[in-house]
Design a protein. Structure first.
Length: 264
């Protein structure tokens, strides 16, 4: 076994509502005889934490510890048995495909690499728009550099006295009005909770908040489950910094629309 991210349940906080058991696409969480959430099997838990957002008592968290590796095919068969084929197609790592039956040729129906709901290939259809030749339709509102969380420095004076925007990498591509609606008047930090090595992210953000006067903090994420990890990183950083400040959370859909109003 190797160390990996996995869900941990605080039984004292769990109220047995069961919301996490339905939020988990892999069926990793069930209620035990004591009406408390438990892991059905560790191999069913992908560690992305989609269940965290629905827990009303904050009884769930993602930790890193030694565990059996996540097994997408096992999770698929588990969900197929308890929820049916359509639900099983949504299992992380399957990419909408079914496992290859034994004795058949390899390649067809095998899991897509990183085939979670956020990486499932799909087409976003938009109405045709007339082309505007030779004209720039918008100007950049970026007011500092660098912007990637690995590269920014907590000592950079640019963050002092700022309104800070923490944006998931994909949001600027999904939103056609990213600069006008979200970036204007704010300093920017970008990150991807799924593909980045997030080691040290919480500590760096906490240091930025400790060293600087930040007037407001907005977190912009996509609607895909893995993206919510960025919001949890920011929550932990605010707590570690000792600053008592609200966090505005804005969720963008794949079509570029705001799916939830700012919270916090």
């Amino acid at each position: 076994m190797a160390a990996r991210k996995i869900i941990e349940i605080d039984r004292e906080k769990c109220n047995g509502c069961g919301l996490c058991t339905t939020a988990c696409a892999e069926g990793a969480l069930v209620l035990d005889d004591g009406n408390k959430a438990v892991l059905a099997k560790e191999i069913y838990c992908d560690g992305l934490g989609a269940c965290l957002d629905v827990c009303p008592t904050d009884a769930l968290k993602v930790v890193e510890r030694e565990s059996e590796a996540y097994e997408a095919k096992a999770a698929y068969q588990h969900v197929l048995k308890i929820r049916g084929k359509e639900a099983a197609r949504k299992v992380h790592g399957m990419g909408g495909a079914e496992p290859e039956p034994s004795g058949r040729g390899a390649g067809r129906g095998t899991p897509m690499a990183q085939g979670c709901p956020g990486s499932l290939a799909r087409e976003v259809k938009r109405p045709g728009r007339p082309a505007i030749e030779g004209k720039v339709t918008g100007e950049s509102e970026l007011s500092q550099w660098p912007v990637q969380l690995h590269l920014v420095s907590p000592q950079a004076p640019t963050f002092n006295g700022s309104d800070l925007l923490l944006a998931a990498d994909c949001t600027a591509f999904a939103s056609g009005r990213f600069h006008q609606d979200f970036l204007k008047g704010r300093k920017l930090i970008i990150a991807c909770p799924k593909l980045d090595d997030t080691t040290g992210y919480v500590e760096k953000l906490a240091e930025i908040l400790r060293r600087n006067t930040v007037h407001s903090l907005t977190v912009l994420i996509m609607t895909v489950p893995c993206c919510s990890g960025l919001f949890r990183i920011v929550e932990e950083a605010v707590a570690l910094s000792g600053k008592n400040m609200p966090i505005k959370r804005v969720v963008i859909g794949l079509e570029g629309k705001v799916l939830s109003p700012p919270s916090g």
